[in-house]
Ligand binder design. Sequence first.
Ligand code: COA
Length: 334
Amino acid sequence: MQEYKKLNAVITGVGMFVPEKVMDNAYFESIIDTSDEWITTRTGIKERRKLENGATSDMAAKAILDLLKSKNMSAEEIDVIIIPTATPDMLFPATACIVQRKVGAVNAWGFDLLAACSGFLFALQVGRSLIESGSYKKVIVCGSDKMTSITDYTDRNTCILFGDASAAVLLEPTEDLSIGIQDSILKVDGNGEEHLHMKGGGSLNPPTHETVDKKMHYIYQDGKAVYKAAVPGMANVSYEIMQKNNLTSDDVAYLVPHQANLRIIDATAKRMGVGKEKVMININKYGNTTTATIPLCLTEYSRNGKLKKGDKIILAAFGAGYTWGSMYIVWGMD
Ligand code: COA
């Protein structure tokens, strides 16, 4: 009988793309009734980016090409491309197919995954399984979202929150089980639909003049309801994964949280008992970029030398669905 070696999936490459155009809080003061002070204290956001031309796939292709360049790797080596996104270029084909063409990944297959702000975590879990099974050797997971395409810039409750970006990781197998993805806890609760959704454009409400007039092609969020679910959701699952893996707050090098609101992030860190210096933050610069927030953090902290091989990190997210979860990873890149 053939013996199968246990493999871990480890992140061996990172890449990112953020559009040039910056929308700062002063810009929002000029278009809606708000203030820099309100936005900063309630959310922690100072700036976000806007893609002026192009689509989600263009940002994803640029993030993946950035990753390939940093690894000196050819697109032909990629086996699988998974694109978690809430803003696909079209309803079909999958954005992953368009990205495959744009980067020239001629040997890859791929698909999109929809889990809103938890999309990157869910996709990482799928990518991990493809690697651990021994079936694939190079899997790209690229969170990419053009949130400005579904944001109503007359709705002050939501428009200040979101931005556009893309970031990617490469997963490869390793026989060194002390590094790579160690554990995950992932959850959904469909009762969340009521509080956070985009109702128009799908099979329930195909586009009509009426769906456009009723603004059904924009994000709807009951911020208070989502906030109330997100704080315990993200905090508890992050604490739970520490308990499950016998990790103390001293063991944890970084919390890598989804960046929806600095207050939700602070509550999660507090529950885990980790100090602010151990929390990766980019919400001030980019706002909520949905599936890109976590890989953007990983790329920036890895490239600026703050994230080192052997660091134990906890990823955590909460989003529409509701979807939420946490992941425990031992960083494997030098
Ligand atoms: N500028 C100024 N005032 C604003 C505003 C803005 N941009 N947006 C809302 N307000 C007002 C509201 O109208 C409300 O006024 P009222 O009390 O007169 O009705 C007041 O500020 C407080 O609103 P509230 O909804 O209680 O604010 P909040 O402290 O909950 O913060 C969010 C709002 C959206 C930042 C917050 O609820 C949040 O982050 N929610 C969760 C987001 C999330 O995690 N999403 C999941 C992943 S996408």
